[in-house]
Design a protein around this ligand. Sequence first.
Ligand SMILES: [Zn+2]
Length: 346
Amino acid sequence: MIVGIDLGGTTAKFGLYDEKTMRIVEHSVLETKKLYGEQVIKALYDHYVSWLAAINTRDEHIETIGLACVGPVDEKTDVIKDARFGWIDFPVSKIAKKYFKKTVYLVNDARAAIIGEKWRGAGRKLNNFLMYTLGTGVGGGIVINKQVFVGSHNYANEVGHGGKMQDSLVCRCGLSGCIEPMSSATGIEQTFQSYIKEHPSSSIAKLQLKTKNKLTVKNVVPLIKKNDFDAILCLEKALFPLASHIAVMIHSLDPDAVIIGGGPSALGQPLLDIITKIVRKYTLPFTHELVKIVLAKLGNQAGVYGAIFVAARKYNDYITKTKLHSVDESPNVNNDALKNKILRCN
Ligand SMILES: [Zn+2]
């Protein structure tokens, strides 16, 4: 059995993968908000121990663990370059091995999500696609010829940063035009708050008065489904930088599809409609029917699937001596199936 962990700034999601049924058979979630430094790894381990006990699974039956983490990962050394939890050049795998007493394979969380969607989700039958995951930040990636593209320096999935896609907010990375501060789930929620200040009698403001905490994207779903003017306007504003980025990437890469994942995908079709409307305005007409903008299928489990996939591949020695996810080594489930029973889809 394999455990996949998707460690984010708010929660860590755990999944137990059974090779016999080729399914994730158990799930669990741990809050990570107040954790810092090595304490994070210890908390993951403590949760792992109590979770396995609760589901009557013995540690010796877990062959390997995959850990998807926020922040850029040097996958040669399994070091996080810079992330939440005060992690700078933090040797995650080394410290995790100290607690778990087995190898814990590391992968960037956004990359794990795209691997998950390629393996078992919306990208399964696609050759070329882009993915954007809207969470605390904006992650994502590119799949070319069924393979995750990692770039020359392994940072090709940082779609949330760079360029001048907006001029309202400075990003946590220090740059001023990134899509992340506006189009992430956090950015969308901040847009609601600034709109409420400017429009105190709007439907969004009225909804905020009825809601105990600051409005989340989920809170606004009923308004969006009713095609509410204020809610749609907020989303159009927040999603403009994302859609601009997608428009540029569609012209650069000519993909089959663009997959949108993360919390705001709970908005469903209206979210796609808003993004599509802006993308169509800023792309040439011949692309409109060719490139589909679709929702991710695995929801918040995509990262867990990706972590399991990475751990399984490395554990099986199939690619341990080569660079993980290099263009000719990334998840190609059909090829893997020939060599690797664990990764067969069905
Ligand atoms: Zn940035």
